[in-house]
Design a protein around this ligand. Structure first.
Ligand code: SF4
Length: 289
């Protein structure tokens, strides 16, 4: 495996930063098409609390670049990151328009689209394919677990085989697939979590993003956690699993994230994830040496 920072430097010749964008979309797991209420851990913002309110894409990219300019410097490149909710759950013309705005932004060198495997109909795949011949395109799929019974417990509302099919379709159009995996989902053993990593690798995912399950205010998970039906992982437990997961990945798999951090205003547990600086220091000590 290779860490994303090294991969991006090799591929783009410099550091890459994400410019997060919110689109005017929702999710089929919220509007009743596939389910209602959303995945049990998903906040009302659809995991997009770090991006701007929906609106003009170029404006959102400029605002995101402005926020990190001091840290990034003038030589950095940017990935337009369509982050919140399900960014292919829309009309093909709308996706075409927003990708066009992102791909033509002078500072944007790649785009990354977060979505669900069951939201890639032919007309959407055609649009993604059109842009993947112009600019590197990453599609981020929220797998979370390979176990269909866990998927039911967390209200994911699609079958794991749909993920495998989506990876094949995306590879067929030259898109780089990043798979989101959560460690600590209710009812899962460590072996289950590692089997999810093995499964994603066997499907040929190009990259992974790991996160520990965290509890946000206002989610169904909050109720389960308050009722004592769910426990969260402590820092040592979590990074032990991450360490084992990294050993399972093929040499060329890119690790884009070792853990996520929920919005502080909504985070209830585990609180060790709130101290981002400490987590980064810990990761650097433990994994990067
Ligand atoms: S599919 Fe994504 S946006 Fe939809 S409810 Fe689940 S985590 Fe939230």
């Amino acid at each position: 495996m290779i860490f994303a920072s090294d991969y991006f430097k090799q591929r783009f010749g410099h550091k890459m930063y994400k410019a997060s964008i919110s689109l005017d979309v929702t999710c089929p797991n919220r509007d009743g098409t596939r389910g209602t209420g959303g995945c049990i851990f998903c906040s009302a913002g659809g995991s997009g609390e770090f991006s701007e309110a929906p609106g003009n894409v170029a404006f959102q990219i400029d605002a995101a670049i402005e926020r990190v300019r001091g840290k990034a410097g003038e030589d950095a490149g940017y990935i337009a990151y369509f982050q919140s909710f399900t960014n292919t759950y829309c009309a093909a013309e709308y996706l075409d328009g927003v990708l066009s705005q992102a791909a033509s932004h002078p500072k944007v060198e790649a785009v990354s689209i977060a979505t669900r495997p069951d939201c890639l109909p032919d007309n959407i795949v055609e649009i993604i394919s059109k842009y993947s011949s112009k600019i590197p395109v990453f599609v981020e799929l929220g797998l979370q677990t390979f176990r269909d019974d866990t998927a039911e417990r967390i209200n994911r509302c699609y079958k794991t085989e749909e993920y495998a099919q989506a990876v094949d379709v995306l590879h067929g159009i030259g898109v780089n697939v990043i798979t989101h995996i959560i460690f600590g989902l209710p009812g899962e053993t460590e072996e289950d979590m590692l089997n999810t990593v093995r499964y994603a690798a066997s499907c040929g995912t190009d990259g992974v993003k790991f996160t520990c399950l965290y509890v946000l205010k206002g989610t169904p998970l909050e109720t389960m956690w308050r009722e004592g039906k769910v426990e969260v992982l402590d820092r040592e437990e979590y990074f032990e699993i991450v360490g084992r997961a990294l050993e399972l990945l093929p040499e060329e798999t890119v690790v884009h994230r070792l853990t996520g951090d929920g919005p502080k205003s909504l985070l209830l547990a585990p609180m060790w994830t709130a101290d981002k600086r400490q987590v980064v220091n810990y990761i650097n000590r433990r994994f990067r040496r």
